[in-house]
Design a protein around this ligand. Structure first.
Ligand code: NAD
Ligand code: UDP
Ligand code: UDP
Length: 316
């Protein structure tokens, strides 16, 4: 295998840090670019001694001039409370960030992968979601800064391919969880695990009948790397990456409480606006093109996630 120099934007975040680790383990040189908005140095501390790992503090909404062979573009806050904190900056990160990283890829003739999201399907009317579904997205709601930013980034990727023959790959990531999720990001898995470990009430929004499909981080990273390495330059994506195991939020709450053996009670809170009612990836395309499917089921993945948050809480 040829050693490559790989740029990971958002490399100090949850998914990005696992991706940097995986790419280094494969023998590549990795440059992590991050503005540390939601990412943390702690996530990449264990990589700092590796001479093939470099960190650059930089905001992708500004131009970046470095020399690399491949780019994974992950920079963007991903949890609703983080992306809604400064919604204008969220859209700028997706759109200006994509333009800058595509400009960089164009100058270098580098291959570039976009971490898109199942949120491009909005509150989907088609279930499970296939890649040919165009989605049902509110353009003016509180989730739009994220959803529409990511949709526009996909458009830019495909136009840079058509207009400038750029080698692109686009994956649509469904809810992913695991160690190094931020404790304060308000996502459902981190919230429930932390609440159950502390013996606090488990906050289910709405009736908890809405569904999500949860993918363990190691599976997801494997899928992203396989898509990037896929040599069919005529295959661009978009490709769903996620675990098709679908659960209601109430089922997730009960599973977490049982697994931890917690005394926490389940309480019901208002459902946020535009919260998608159901979500489950159809992964036939990933199975066929990159021979990928998740191998870690929810209970197994939760064990490792619970261990992580338990250790974090003890450190506090
Ligand atoms: P995260 O918040 O942990 O990571 C995002 C990283 O991007 C952070 O390190 C943050 O500091 C950095 N960042 C944000 N704005 C930036 C900017 N302007 N310039 C440079 N860096 C910036 O979230 P994550 O879960 O690791 O998500 C990573 C990517 O995967 C995101 O693009 C997200 O949209 C996508 N994704 C994640 C999920 C999921 O379930 N985790 C699902 C779908 C898509
Ligand atoms: N860009 C960058 N690094 C590079 C090359 C370009 O950050 O190595 C940015 C630059 O800011 C530019 C954007 O990417 O505005 C888009 O580049 P492109 O070449 O597509 O467009 P142009 O330079 O004509 O605006
Ligand atoms: N959710 C919940 N309680 C929480 C956090 C989230 O019931 O403490 C719900 C949320 O309303 C949504 C689902 O869990 O229906 C997944 O939320 P998350 O923010 O993790 O991801 P996303 O909505 O972006 O899929």
């Amino acid at each position: 295998m040829k050693k490559k120099r790989v740029l990971v934007t958002g490399g100090s975040g949850f998914l990005g840090s696992h991706l940097c680790e995986r790419l280094l383990a494969k023998g590549h040189e990795v440059i992590c670019v991050d503005n540390f908005f939601t990412g943390k140095k702690d996530n990449i501390l264990h990589l700092m001694d590796n001479p093939y790992f470099e960190v650059v503090r930089h905001d992708v909404t500004f131009p970046l001039y470095i020399e690399v062979d491949e780019i994974y573009n992950l920079a963007c806050p991903a949890s609703p409370i983080h992306y809604q904190y400064d919604p204008v900056q969220t859209t700028k990160t997706s759109v200006h960030g994509a333009i800058n990283m595509l400009g960089l890829a164009k100058r270098l003739k580098a291959k570039i992968l976009q971490a898109s999201t199942s949120e491009v399907y909005g509150d989907p009317k088609i279930h499970p979601q296939t890649e040919d579904y165009w989605g049902n997205v509110n353009p003016v709601g509180i989730r739009s800064c994220y959803d529409e930013g990511k949709r526009c980034a996909e458009t830019l990727f495909f136009d840079y391919n058509r207009q400038h023959s750029l080698r692109i790959k686009v994956c649509r990531i469904f809810n992913t969880y695991g160690p190094r999720m931020a404790m304060d990001d308000g996502r459902v898995v981190s919230n429930f695990v932390i609440q159950a470990l502390r013996g606090e009430d488990i906050t289910v929004y709405g009736k908890g009948e809405q569904t999500r499909s949860f993918c363990y981080v190691d599976d997801l990273v494997e899928g992203m790397v396989r898509l990037m390495e896929n040599t069919g330059d005529d295959f661009l994506g978009p490709m769903n990456l996620g675990n098709p195991g679908e659960f209601t939020i109430l089922e997730l709450a009960r599973t977490v409480v049982d697994q931890i053996g917690s005394k926490s009670k389940i309480v019901f809170k208002p459902l946020p606006a535009d919260d998608p009612t159901q979500r489950k990836p159809d992964i036939s395309l990933a199975r066929r093109v990159i021979d990928w499917e998740p191998t870690v089921d929810l209970k197994t993945g939760l064990v490792k996630t619970i261990e992580y948050f338990d250790a974090m809480l003890k450190e506090q």
